[in-house]
Design a protein around this ligand. Structure first.
Ligand code: ZN
Length: 399
């Protein structure tokens, strides 16, 4: 149905079908589906107008955008049908999964300025709480004072859920642990927007004394996957059809670029869209939770979290994080700045001495191509993405 609509009403897809010499009725199964060329953020930017459906009225086009890990935002339109399905997926993945109902109270650690303001007046807070059941705090600026205030609100309003960026929730958990504070009893913690390190997930569960559920999504596609109580990441198949485009990644034979087709947005269809993340398809056929939805084994991370070196070697960000566990540095950032240089950024207050630098260099040398240099940089604050997400590892040079 989506293909037929795209062919009949969306100029970009009409031309695309012409180019590949096919019509929607020629696409009969998922193998045929692979004939449709993949769409990328770049293609969307260049063909913006041609991707808009001609048969929908103006008020069906709801503007939205995503920050994009490359820093360049992507604008797009979604329709009401998309929004309704997205809302349903959020209720299931953000509330039902933890045994809660839509509208149950939820404390939110979020960064995107269009969703969460820098700060709120007391009146605004009361309004947001009674209207949406939310207790928000901006994840951009998590000073001790602000976290303490947030905890006070939570003590007072007793949210059933806590949802937010993984690193922001980890920061809050570390703050609670350090000052021996308490978070009121929760039914669950919903982890969003960043790749989840299993150790961090366990830590958050221990400090907040509640199960933490991983989720995976994007503004352009809504919720793509949600974790169940059996620790399986289920695809949200009602909203998105997922494929894995095979890539050559050392140590990860099954890994692939995640390709998503959103099934509900007719205003601006994204068919076979390369979202910019790498994942591993799941091998589980049926899950003990009873859901028949397909399972993703693992989200490895953004494609910009894979370092590509001069000799073609690709190193996954996860490896850099894993090796750092041997050193007592909680916060750091690995940035690839050229095809033969990686910089490890460490905050001034955590900065390390020469022997430890040598030790770190020695550890990483074994896993990097011979001529790749690892250097150190002392910083006052870490770089975050435009929406306030923290990245432990990112590539800041062309691949
Ligand atoms: Zn399950």
């Amino acid at each position: 149905m989506l293909l037929e609509h795209a062919y009949l009403n969306v100029p970009y897809y009409r031309n695309l079908f012409k180019e590949i010499g096919a019509k929607p009725e020629d696409i009969r199964d998922f193998n045929d589906f692979k004939l449709i060329p993949i769409i990328t953020k770049d293609i969307i930017r260049k063909n913006f107008e041609d991707l808009m459906a001609l048969n929908l009225s103006k008020d069906e086009f709801l503007p939205n955008s995503t920050g994009g890990s490359d820093g360049e935002p992507l604008n797009f339109y979604q329709d009401r049908q998309f929004e309704n399905w997205a809302a349903a997926a959020r209720i299931r993945g953000w509330y039902n999964i933890a045994g809660c109902e839509d509208g149950d109270s939820c404390a939110v650690l979020w960064g995107a300025m269009r969703d969460v303001k820098e700060d709120y007046s007391l009146i605004e807070r009361v309004q947001i709480f009674f209207r949406d059941g939310l207790i928000p705090i901006n994840a951009f600026n998590l000073s001790n004072e602000r976290m303490l205030l947030f905890l006070k609100y939570c003590q007072l309003l007793r949210p059933k859920l806590l949802r937010g960026y993984v690193t922001a929730i980890r920061e809050l958990a570390a703050f609670i642990e350090e000052y021996k504070l308490n978070f009121p009893p929760l039914k669950g913690v919903i982890l969003c927007a960043e790749t989840v390190d299993p150790d961090v997930q366990v830590y958050i569960e221990r400090i907040l004394n509640a199960p933490a559920y991983n989720t995976y999504g994007g503004r352009e596609l809504s919720l793509i996957a949600m974790e169940c109580s059996e620790r399986n990441l289920h695809e949200v198949s009602e909203n998105n059809y997922i494929e894995f485009e095979k890539i050559d990644l050392t140590g990860y034979q099954e890994a692939g670029n995640i390709i998503v087709t959103n099934l509900n947005n007719y205003a601006m269809p994204f068919i076979r869209y390369r979202i910019g993340d790498i994942g591993i398809p799941g091998s589980v056929d049926c899950c003990n939770c009873g859901r028949g939805l397909p399972v993703i084994d693992k989200i490895i991370g953004r494609t910009t979290e894979v370092f590509v070196f001069y000799d073609g070697t690709k190193s996954v960000g996860e490896m850099f994080i894993h090796l750092m566990k041997d050193f007592d540095i909680k916060e750091y950032q690995f940035v690839q700045v050229s095809d033969a240089k990686v910089v490890l950024r460490i905050k001034t207050e955590d900065y390390i001495n020469e022997p430890l630098k040598k030790k770190i260099q020695f550890t990483y040398k074994k896993f990097l191509p011979e001529n790749v240099k690892l250097e150190f940089e002392r910083v006052d604050a870490f770089n975050k993405t435009v929406t306030g997400k923290f990245r432990f590892v990112y590539r800041n040079c062309p691949s």
